[in-house]
Design a protein around this ligand. Structure first.
Ligand code: ADP
Ligand code: MG
Length: 384
């Protein structure tokens, strides 16, 4: 069998490339925020925005690594803590994480009042004369934004000594994130705002080409593979993460087909697989009631190609009763159908039936078998 991959881990999401492509200005800008700390100056807080896959995480990590090198040369006591708010969201969890880095020997029992955790942090900072850089990645997942207020005011409120400082950098995929922050938090953060633009096709070509050399065996990639992956991903919001997954998928398709080289066709197959995986993820994460409505629509469609809202409601009732589940009201069902329409799973135009009033005619827009299989994988839907 022809070998396609050399080192596939280079394409995985956890791989940190040795050099970053076309983000020098952004790396410099992040360093500019924290650089003053090296000479005991105040850091600037920042919010970094950009769609997913525009390099926010990797650029910030890269800048912190560079900062750590500079810190070592200067022998100053500055500690950076990188928090992924997707899994470390509550204030106690975050304070424990910071403490692990600066004072791992301090016992941090679970279940204390939040103020106790803060007190332990201030003590540690003051005892050790530490300054902190705290990065909140996926900051919109924080369960309580007040931590941004407390940390950014720590000096002013004299919780920590004047020679110690705390710099805060928040990363967000949502360009309107700061609208969720109370004015008092924004004003105490006074963030410097940065926006990472989507990558262009040319930039994606460079990012992919750089990894492809390590990821694949020599000469297995057709010349148009990387440009095609880049072009398709540039259309999809210039997302480097998706571009890398696409290149990996294309390689996997070639391997599966026992091909000697990766061609444009494998990229197209890989692209379809990505769209499919995306639908499967969306179905799997739907709330249970939406799953039940979608399941009812799928069942009905086997008999009636374009069922009406009334028919769906009836079928949904039977499904719920069978599963001994509370039945939602007509308005809620109608709302759930509208939501399924918003995410593109169904088409549901309103049709006028003269004296019989108006209804919606529902048409499924997804691959029925695949969606049904995903729905049935849910332990509750699977028992119906
Ligand atoms: P974001 O945090 O904006 O969603 P990431 O920083 O996680 O995006 O980047 C997504 C993927 O693309 C990562 O695997 C990362 O290594 C890669 N990547 C992003 N930007 C670059 C770049 N400029 N050079 C090389 N690889 C990059
Ligand atoms: Mg990220």
């Amino acid at each position: 069998m022809a070998e396609i991959f050399n080192d596939r881990s280079v394409l995985s999401k956890n791989y940190v490339p040795a050099k970053l492509i076309t983000r020098d200005a952004e790396i410099e800008e992040v360093l500019w925020l924290i650089q003053p700390m090296l000479s005991r100056g105040d850091p600037k807080n920042a919010l970094i925005y950009g769609k997913s896959g525009t390099g926010k995480t990797v650029v910030t990590r890269y800048a912190l690594d560079e900062m750590n090198r500079r810190i070592q040369a200067k022998k100053t006591n500055i500690v950076s803590v990188f928090i992924n708010c997707g899994d470390t969201k509550t204030t106690p969890q975050i304070l424990m994480r910071i403490m692990e880095k600066i004072a791992p020997e301090t016992p941090m029992p679970k279940g204390l009042a939040t103020s106790e955790y803060y007190r332990k942090l201030w003590d540690a900072v003051n005892m050790q004369h530490t300054s902190l850089i705290v990065v909140f990645d996926e900051i919109n997942h924080l369960s309580d934004y007040n931590i941004l207020y407390v940390l950014s005011r720590a000096g002013e409120n004299q919780y920590i000594n004047f020679e110690n400082t705390i710099g805060i950098i928040g990363l967000s995929n949502n360009l309107f994130f700061s609208e969720h922050l109370e004015p008092r938090i924004i004003s105490s953060l006074s963030p410097h705002n940065m926006v990472f633009p989507p990558y262009t096709a040319d930039q994606l070509i460079k990012i992919l080409a750089d990894r492809a050399v390590l990821a694949f065996q020599p000469d297995v990639l057709d010349v148009d593979v990387v440009p095609l992956c880049a072009a398709l991903s540039a259309q999809e919001h210039g997302d480097a993460r998706k571009a890398l997954i696409l290149l990996d998928n294309a390689g996997a398709m070639a391997e599966r087909g026992n091909a000697a080289t990766v061609t444009e066709f494998h990229v197209r197959d890989g692209y379809e697989k990505m769209a499919h995986d995306c639908v499967v993820d969306m179905v799997a994460t739907l709330p249970l009631q939406s799953k039940l409505v979608l399941y009812s629509i799928i069942e009905l469609t086997a008999i009636e190609k374009h069922p009406t809202t009334g028919q769906i409601e009836e079928r949904y009732r039977t499904v719920c009763e069978h599963a001994q589940f509370p039945v939602m009201s007509r308005t809620t069902i109608s709302k759930l159908v509208s939501e399924l329409e918003t995410i593109g799973f169904v088409n549901a135009p309103i049709v006028n039936r003269g004296r019989r009033g108006r209804t919606r005619k529902i048409t499924l827009q997804v691959d029925v078998e695949r969606v049904k299989a995903t729905l049935l994988a849910d332990p509750i839907v699977g028992c119906i």
